[in-house]
Structures are given as C-alpha cells and as structure tokens.
Ligand binder design. Sequence first.
Ligand code: ADP
Ligand code: MG
Length: 318
Amino acid sequence: MASLRQGCGDLRGLVSTFTQSCQCSLSEARGQVSWALGALSAGRGGTQLPEEQRGPPTGCPGRLLELKGNIRVLCRLRPGTPSSLVSSEPGPSGTVTTCYRGRQRRFRLDWVFSPEASQEEVFRELEPAVLSCLRGYSVCIFTYGQTGTGKTYSMEGPPEDPGIAPRALQSLFQEMGTGGQHRVTLSMVEIYNEAVRDLLAPGPPERLAVRQGPAGQGGIQVAGLTYWDVPNLETLHQMLSLGRSNRATAATTKNRHSSRSHALVTLTLRAASPPRGPGTAGTEARTRAPRVVRARSTRNQGSLHVGLARPRRHPASG
Ligand code: ADP
Ligand code: MG
C-alpha cells in the first residue's frame, strides 16, 4: 500500500509537470506563429522589415523556441560491433536498435553516423552550428558516452585525421578571413583537484578564484585570468600546446590522473560589425557597437574538446 501510495504521488507530480510544460510550449508556439504571421504580412505588403527585425528578435518566445529546436542529438557508431547493437539505420533521422537484458529498444536521432563515417562527414554536419557563433549565437557541442566509445577520437582525433575541435577552429579562422574585423583572444584554465589554474600565465600556473559575473556578461568569471591575442591559427596552435604542457597531468596520460583534470579553453571573438552570414565575414563596416561572441571548448585527457561527458551509469555496464 505504501509503495502504491508513493507511486500514485509520483504520477500526480508527473502529470502536473507535464501539464505545465505543455502550456509553456503552447504559449511559445503561439508567439512563434504570431511572429511568423507578422513577418509574412509585412513581406506581402511590400514593406521591408528593418534589418534588426528580420529573424526572431532576441528574447521573444519565437527565439526561445528556435533555440530549443536547435538542440540536436547525433550518434556516432564506433567501428567494431558491440554485442548490444541489434541494427542501425544511418543518416538523417537514423535509428539505432539495442538489446539490453533481453529487451530491445529503438532510438531515433537527428543523425546516425555509421562506423565507416569519416571525421570530415561528422564535422560537415556540425560546421553550420560552429560558424553560427560568428553571427552571435551561443553554440555548445559536447560528446557523451562511456569510456572507450570514441569521445576523444571524435573531438580531437589523431593529428593525421583531426576531429571536431581542430576542424572547428580552422573553419572559424577561415571564415573570419584576414579582414581584421574580428579580435580573437584566448584563455586556458585547468580545473585540477577543485583548484582553477591559469595555464597561459607568463609565470608558473597560478591558482585563481572563480566568481559569478554580472548578469549578461557570460556568467562565471575568473579574476586575473590571462588572455592572449590570437592573430592566426598557427599562433593559436602554439598557445594551445603551451597550455597543454602546463597542465598538471601533462606528464601522464593515465585515466586515473586525467579524469581529475579538466581544461577549459575559451576563445573570445569580438566582431566589430556582425557579418550577415557565412561567406560574408569582413566585408563591410557598419556603425554598430562592438559585440562579443564566445566559442568555448573544454579539454580533458590532453585533448581539445568542445565539451565532453561520461555518463554516470551505462545500461551495458550495469
Ligand atoms: P573515449 O574518449 O570515449 O574514452 P576514445 O576516443 O579514446 O574513447 O576511443 C577509444 C579507442 O577507439 C581509441 O583507440 C580510438 O582511436 C578508437 N576509436 C574510437 N572511435 C573511432 C572511430 N570512429 N574510428 C576509428 N577508431 C576509433
Ligand atoms: Mg577520452
């Protein structure tokens, strides 16, 4: 009886949360529809919307929905067939069917990459998201999976076949061009045994304090952190290897040590005038106030990542 009561209480809670989230989604959808209708009628009437009103404005419900819809989950299958994999249909809206404790489950994802998929194929899917940060969008890409499933391979990859992070940096620098429209700065910290260390400090790595920054300024701030100007990709790579060599775990690649160390690489891009879209970087100067966009990547186990996590518990490992 007690457990039934408990179950009943849990269900009630679920139902009420579900109702609330439905109402929330509904009102966001209404906002999106009314914004779209407004934009449509303005277009039909032959009037051009002012430039800053083209596309959902920041802060309106439509924009919220757009951001929510932009969460995409991609799955990359590693070479070698694990016993739990029953079948897969690679490609857009692909599926993966697994069997765990005799029970089959089918997952549909935004994209499924087959074990033969190349690093380039994977990056091609992510490149538009990476480049959208030059238009002021906040972008986060991270890999998630059990140890040995290919997170490091996908994010960093071997030098002869680089993964997402090096390709993302190359693509960003290529897109920014040499027009001098962007100022790029780099900082690199290591979180090791709860301490935050500045990996690019001119002296030995210092221990720094982390504070909550003022609203609208990127949340967390690390006081006294070193920022270096990055004129080009080559210099960036030199700075990254300097930071890498300053890590507490630089001397060892053992998982036992490296899992205690997480490095955070922050590349800050300041655009004097926001370009209109891919291929237009550095074309014309406008009289807008400078704005800051950020591309963030974290490093773990001596490799450059754009975010990485291991699940706490994995069905296959019990
Ligand atoms: P994780 O970082 O998730 O613990 P790794 O990226 O280190 O896993 O991958 C484990 C091993 O599998 C590595 O030797 C890696 O080179 C290899 N591997 C993972 N994914 C692929 C892939 N798509 N193609 C070739 N080798 C891969
Ligand atoms: Mg790894």
